[in-house]
Design a protein around this ligand. Structure first.
Ligand code: FMN
Length: 187
């Protein structure tokens, strides 16, 4: 699949087939995480690959049932859980470099979007899951002090096609030189 097609056709997948995902494909997805950019190349991410069915069930219980991704987490054969080391991304010599605080959410977002795009290019589906009991998942996975669980990314073969939610037009979010001045491409 062409790069732009991968970007455009990736959808959040919330229903999965039971078919297992071979470890070779998981490795390719992890390779895509490995090459993600990060603050000063600090690579604050840790990825827990969860395959144990009982553990997966317990993780699912940490997600509220109103979360549209709840059911899919019970179906997906593999979950990636992203946990970030605090105090490295966005820091220089132990001091925060910007007024934005710790940049771990940003770096983890890029890393796991690399994973989502790689999975899609391999014919697999994923959904970024942010709404769940992060503390409970951290306990279940023995996440050490100093790390924050950020996201759950189930991976599996999509059980059905998902429709693309509407996007804002480029003209609605783009400005030329200064905010409020519409961007127009030169003819
Ligand atoms: C940071 C983040 C957190 C998200 N959390 C959830 C979630 O908890 N549950 C869910 O069903 N989808 C979640 N999503 C998926 C979004 O709802 C989805 O990306 C958006 O509606 C656009 O749809 P698309 O991914 O199919 O293009 C999350 C996405 C992001 C980027």
């Amino acid at each position: 699949m062409d790069f732009f097609e991968v970007i455009k056709t990736r959808r959040s997948v919330r229903r999965f087939k039971e078919d297992p995902v071979p470890d070779e494909l998981i490795e390719k997805i992890l390779e895509a995480v490995k090459w993600a950019p990060s603050w000063s190349n600090t690579q604050c991410w840790e990825i827990i690959v969860v395959k144990d069915p009982e553990l997966k069930k317990k993780i699912q219980e940490a997600i509220p049932e109103i979360n549209p991704a709840y059911k899919g987490v019970g179906q997906a054969p593999v979950l990636l859980v992203g946990a970030a080391k605090r105090g490295v991304s966005g820091y220089y010599q132990g001091e925060m470099s910007t007024d934005k605080g710790d940049w771990y959410m940003f770096d983890m977002g890029i890393a796991l979007e690399h994973a989502a795009l790689a999975a899609h290019a391999l014919g697999l589906g994923t959904v970024h899951i942010g709404l769940f009991d992060h503390k409970k998942v951290a306990e279940l996975l023995d996440i050490p002090e100093g790390y924050e669980v950020v996201e759950i990314l189930p991976i599996g073969y999509p059980a059905r096609a998902s429709k693309a939610p509407k996007r804002r037009e480029i003209s609605e979010f783009t400005h030329l030189n200064k905010f409020g001045n519409p961007w127009r491409k030169e003819e």
